[in-house]
Structure formats: structure tokens, C-alpha cells
Design a protein around this ligand. Structure first.
Ligand code: B12
Length: 315
């Protein structure tokens, strides 16, 4: 191991934490480098790295550093974590100002995600979010973890006009995790088309809907951000979907004319759904239904495709 022993910088990069964090963990909690050659800086061994990986994982999940460190010291490798009892529940995070994302009543995983996001710790974010989706499923992972953190970062941004970099890192991690949820076989043609309104950049709720429907066995075609109205009509005409969901987060992108153009284009989908807080309470064209939540969207759309009902809906 001596030759492979790592410098603090190399360990920091592997873990996705700052070198100063490593120093703190060394000074406060004794999780330092143990390999020493006289006259040289100390180096981290593989065992040191294992301990630090446990430390990083637990702190990212919201466990206070002192408790995480005592777990890390007890464990010689992260893989031995599984058979042991889970670490103690963390204390609630501060909701006030400073460098925290408020997550309200959301649980420790949301707080861990918020902390990792604040640290711009993309690998930890992906790891925690992916395991949450695996354990709880897409709808619960979205509602219990992703949504509270996104709403919290929105509040923090509104109050400070800062932390756009945090918003981008968390958005990217959510996109990556949701898009890695296995899709139905590619032989199944999607009859659900999901798009964001013209000039609308917010797409994460649609990505959650696509992933949740995939879990329910329903394939989708996700067109993504800022769909020009004519391009949307062209896509609908060419693919003839049974369901079109148009997301608007901002009232500035919620032009009702997009719906009128779509509904009078070449193909009128049996289910046309307006989703997102941007759409006005009144004044959507007749026949356009509203989706208020991810659960509702999944229930309504999945029901259409149960036991061949789609063809009835389409006729
Ligand atoms: C991530 C994010 C971004 C990312 C989006 C990345 C992506 N790929 O989607 C980026 C960086 C691109 C972005 C850009 C901007 N953003 Co932004 N963004 C957000 C953030 C943090 C999360 C957005 C999100 O996914 N919301 C979805 C969920 C988490 O929140 P929600 O909509 O409130 O959820 C409710 C419903 O929608 C429903 N619901 C939730 N999920 C689902 C799912 C389905 C399927 C359904 C049907 C319903 C549903 O349930 C909730 C309760 O009712 C929000 C904060 C927030 N509170 O939303 C700001 C926020 C929406 N952004 C905001 C702003 C101002 C902008 C910018 C204008 C900033 C700028 N100056 O450039 C641009 C807009 C550009 C554009 N033209 O679209 C403001 C909007 C304020 C307003 N109401 O006008 C917000 C609220 C932040 C804030 N507090 O200031 N943003």
C-alpha cells in the first residue's frame, strides 16, 4: 500500500469533499492519514480511505459529523455497514438563514441531500438519490426528498439571490437519477407525450412523471424544455399520442394559445393535460384537464393504459 498511499488532495477529489473538510475530520475526529515516511507528508492508506468514505456517506445522509466519525472509526470498510444497526437519527437541520437549505418536515434523507447539494457534492447526491429511488420508488422519492429540497433551494434563492450553482447541481443529479430508472422495452411504442411549454426551462416534474410512469410500465416520449408551439403540433401530428402533458412552471410561459393550436392541429389527443403552477386557474380550453400532483398524473395516465383501455380512450 505504501506506494499507493494517497495525498490529501487525491483523497479529497475521490470523496468529492474539500481538503479543508479532510483536515477538520482529521483534527476533530481523528480520521487522519496513517501512513508515515520520515521527512514526508503523511499519506492516506486504503483503510483510511474506507473510513472516510463511511464518514462522507453518513454525513451526506444527515448524520451529525461526531456520530458519523464514531461509526467510521468502528468500521474498517464501507461494505461492513449493511449488517450493523443503522446509525442514530440525526437532529433536525436549522431552518433559518445561513448556508442551509430549508427542508421543513422532510426527513433525514432530504436533509442529507440538502447538505450534499450545498457542498456541490454531485457524487454523493447521485448516490443518495439513486438509493432512495430504489428503496422507495420514484413517486415517494420525488415527494419526500427531491421536491422538498427543490422547494427549499427555491426559497433560499428567493431570499438571497444566491446558490444558483447549488440549484444546478441538484437539478442535474435529479435528472441523471430519474433518467436511469429502467424504461419499458423499446419495442413498446409510447402513447404519452410530455413537453414543457414554450420558453419553459423547468422540466424536472416531467422527468419525474416519465420515470414514475416507466415504473408503472407505461412508456413515454419526453420532449423536454421550451417546446415551440408549432414543433409541439408537428410532434403530436406525427406520433398521434393518446396523452399529451404540457408543463408550465411560470405564468409567463403559460400561454393558452399553445393549447388552442395543439387541439386544432392534425391530431387531438384523447387526454390533454395541463400541469404545473404556471397555468391559470380559469380559461383553459374545454377538454383540457388539470394535473395537480405526480401521484394524480401517474394514476390518471396509468389507468388509461390498463387492460387495453388505451384503444377505447383513443377511439
Ligand atoms: C430547479 C429550478 C430551476 C432550474 C430548472 C432545471 C430543470 N431541468 O427543470 C433552472 C436553473 C433551469 C431554473 C431556471 C429559472 N428559474 Co427556477 N426553479 C427551480 C426550482 C428550484 C425547482 C423547480 C421544480 O422542479 N419545481 C417542481 C416542484 C418541486 O415544485 P412546485 O412546482 O412548487 O410543486 C407544486 C406543484 O407543481 C405540484 N407538483 C410537484 N411535482 C409535480 C409533478 C407533476 C407531474 C404534477 C402534475 C404536479 C407536481 O406539487 C407542488 C405543490 O402544489 C424552483 C423552486 C420551486 N419551488 O419550484 C425554482 C423557481 C420555479 N424558479 C424561478 C425562477 C425565477 C427561475 C428563472 C426565471 C431564474 C432566472 N432569473 O433565470 C429561470 C426561468 C427560466 C425559464 N424561462 O423557465 C422561481 C419562479 C418564481 C415565479 N413563480 O415566478 C422559483 C419558484 C424559485 C424562486 N423561489 O424564486 N429554475
Amino acid at each position: 500500500m505504501a506506494d499507493e498511499a494517497l495525498t490529501a488532495g487525491a483523497v479529497a477529489r475521490r470523496l468529492g469533499v474539500a481538503v479543508t473538510t479532510l483536515r477538520t475530520w482529521h483534527q476533530r475526529y481523528g480520521l487522519g492519514p496513517s501512513h508515515h515516511v520520515p521527512g514526508q507528508h503523511r499519506r492516506y492508506t486504503a483503510e483510511d480511505l474506507d473510513r472516510l468514505q463511511v464518514m462522507r456517506r453518513l454525513t451526506a445522509q444527515g448524520v451529525p459529523p461526531s456520530e458519523a466519525a464514531s461509526w467510521a472509526r468502528r468500521l474498517s470498510s464501507a461494505s461492513t455497514l449493511e449488517p450493523l444497526e443503522p446509525p442514530p437519527a440525526p437532529k433536525p437541520a436549522r431552518d433559518g438563514g445561513g448556508n442551509t437549505i430549508p427542508t421543513g418536515r422532510a426527513g433525514p434523507v432530504a436533509r442529507g441531500v440538502a447538505r450534499a447539494a450545498m457542498r456541490l457534492d454531485a457524487p454523493a447526491l447521485r448516490e443518495i438519490l439513486a438509493s432512495t429511488v430504489l428503496e422507495r420508488g420514484v413517486v415517494a422519492a420525488w415527494k419526500e426528498v427531491m421536491m422538498p429540497v427543490l422547494i427549499g433551494i427555491g426559497e433560499r434563492y428567493e431570499a438571497t439571490k444566491r446558490f444558483i450553482e447549488v440549484e444546478h447541481v441538484i437539478s442535474r443529479a435529479i435528472t441523471e437519477v430519474l433518467s436511469s430508472v429502467p424504461r419499458p422495452p423499446s419495442s413498446e411504442i409510447p402513447h404519452v407525450l410530455l413537453a414543457a411549454a414554450d420558453e419553459e426551462l423547468h422540466t424536472l416534474p416531467l422527468e419525474a412523471l416519465a420515470a414514475a410512469l416507466a415504473e408503472a410500465g407505461v412508456p413515454t416520449r419526453l420532449l423536454g424544455a421550451r417546446m415551440p408551439p408549432q414543433a409541439l403540433v408537428d410532434a403530436v401530428t406525427r406520433t398521434g399520442p393518446d396523452v399529451v402533458v404540457l408543463w408550465s412552471q411560470l405564468s409567463s410561459t403559460a400561454h393558452v394559445a399553445q393549447w388552442e393550436k395543439l387541439l386544432t392541429g392534425g391530431h387531438r389527443p384523447p387526454l390533454a393535460a395541463a400541469a404545473g403552477p404556471g397555468w391559470p386557474a380559469e380559461g383553459l380550453p374545454d377538454g383540457v384537464v388539470r394535473l395537480g400532483s405526480l401521484d394524480e398524473g401517474v394514476r390518471m395516465i396509468a389507468a388509461l393504459f390498463e387492460s387495453g383501455a388505451r384503444h377505447t380512450a383513443a377511439s
